[in-house]
Design a protein around this ligand. Structure first.
Ligand code: FES
Ligand code: FES
Length: 177
């Protein structure tokens, strides 16, 4: 049995301890905020916080969570009462299909836990592991800035899209998937 804290509640699971945390969250605890994207640690859709730091839950075995604190998207707020990072993403309408956004929000929350006033390079570096196939990078950047209490701004920026395409987008141009 593995006992951990999930969104402030103590949870004990008798699932095989080698099971990835993502499956436990979604299938056992019915916390579907974290998404299954690749299952290989390459997209970031499954990002959660472990002890306040961003973690890829599709690669993290349940056994590694003994005594640790997990926060999922649901732990940051709700549709009726979104937390500050969620509210920033809503305000900036930082989503197209939305599939990557829970991971982006969790990654941003983890960044702000460690670096409360990040500059653009720090945001870019923190979000680099997370991919957005819809190319909403500009809005995600603005949302991250807003979540950090900064003006959201309008200038050109890209992170995961550069890796996906091998090319930096033109200024003020959102990166296509
Ligand atoms: S589903 Fe975990 S990194 Fe893609
Ligand atoms: S909004 Fe569709 S993958 Fe990012």
């Amino acid at each position: 049995m593995v006992t951990m804290t999930v969104n402030g509640k103590t949870v004990s699971s008798e699932t095989d301890p080698e099971t990835p945390l993502l499956y436990v969250l979604r299938n056992e605890l019915e916390l579907n905020g974290a998404k299954f994207g690749c299952g290989l640690g390459q997209c970031g859709a499954c990002t959660v916080l472990v002890d306040g730091r961003a973690a890829i839950s599709c690669l993290l075995p349940l056994a590694a969570l003994e005594g640790r604190s997990v926060t999922t998207l649901e732990g940051l707020g709700s549709a009726d009462d979104p937390g500050p990072v969620q509210a920033a993403f809503i305000e900036e309408q930082a989503a197209q299909c939305g599939y990557c956004i829970p991971g982006m929000i969790m990654r941003t929350a983890g960044l702000l836990n460690e670096t409360p006033d990040p500059n653009d390079e720090e945001i870019r570096a923190a979000l680099q592991p997370n991919l957005c196939r819809c190319g909403t990078h500009m809005r995600i950047l603005r949302a991250a800035r807003r979540a950090a209490g900064r003006p959201s701004g309008e200038d050109g920026f890209a992170f995961a899209g550069e890796r996906a395409t091998g090319q930096a987008p033109a200024e003020d141009e959102e990166t296509p998937a």
